[in-house]
Design a protein around this ligand. Sequence first.
Ligand SMILES: NC(=O)c1ccc[n+]([C@@H]2O[C@H](COP(=O)([O-])OP(=O)(O)OC[C@H]3O[C@@H](n4cnc5c(N)ncnc54)[C@H](OP(=O)(O)O)[C@@H]3O)[C@@H](O)[C@H]2O)c1
Length: 254
Amino acid sequence: MISIDLTGKTALVTGASGELGRVMARTLAQAGANLLLHSYRNPDRAASLAEELRGRGTRCMTVSADVGDLQSVLRMRDGIRASGFPMPDILVDNAVVQYDWKSVLEQPVEDYESQFRSCVLQNVHMAKAFLPDMIEKGWGRVIGTNTECAMQCFATQSAYAAGKRGMDGVMRVLAREVGPYGITVNQVAPGYTISDRDRANHTEVQPTDVRIPLRRRGTDQEVANAVLFLASDLASYITGAYLPVCGGNVMPTI
Ligand SMILES: NC(=O)c1ccc[n+]([C@@H]2O[C@H](COP(=O)([O-])OP(=O)(O)OC[C@H]3O[C@@H](n4cnc5c(N)ncnc54)[C@H](OP(=O)(O)O)[C@@H]3O)[C@@H](O)[C@H]2O)c1
């Protein structure tokens, strides 16, 4: 039987206080990983997730940083090191700044800047902070959360699409740069995903579902499953990939 065992590995999930991040964290923990649970403005959510995971025997710690600010990310790294908690072997760069989507003519320039920080610079900051330790170990996984929107470029999504397309450039270059050290760098690209928020509001089914080849929205767990796969040794020869988890809604060409 094939199974995924991350015992002895430590994963840091940014945005573990958010909708998709909490399920990624739970799923990596279920495979045996230690968890560094990142939050920013909602540390209470990361704390309650930590309590839940500890109750199931996971070694975990909550951490905080503004992912758009290098000094803040470096302070988070220094705090982990000083605590004695293992440094991450698996980075899940998942946090995102939410904002109101508007047309290019109406979207404030500040929203492009904040998307650049959270989508592009997050990955740069996390790499600068944590990849030197992975390079030393000769093993690592970097998994970024992209989006199907990066391929769709629909009206009102310009700041988000620009940030995520910029992220794609960083991740592909990084994959080439750190591949020689046994580190893979990949992205999952969810569609509009069912999470706890939908379950609470009964908004799982959307009018746009009929356009999706699989005729339904995907779930937070299905996105987390892709993250787990990319974190595992089953994905040992996959790097530089952009993996859509969107029921076929976008199909990047080869
Ligand atoms: N949900 C979807 O349908 C969907 C679809 C495609 C792609 N995605 C992608 O999936 C990822 C997760 O999305 P989500 O829907 O789970 O988002 P979410 O629920 O809004 O969570 C966003 C997370 O980012 C954190 N965050 C926000 N600003 C931050 C900052 N400046 N520094 C550090 N952390 C910050 C938040 O932390 P605090 O709350 O603690 O402040 C929160 O944990 C994102 O990259 C998103 O683009 C989501």
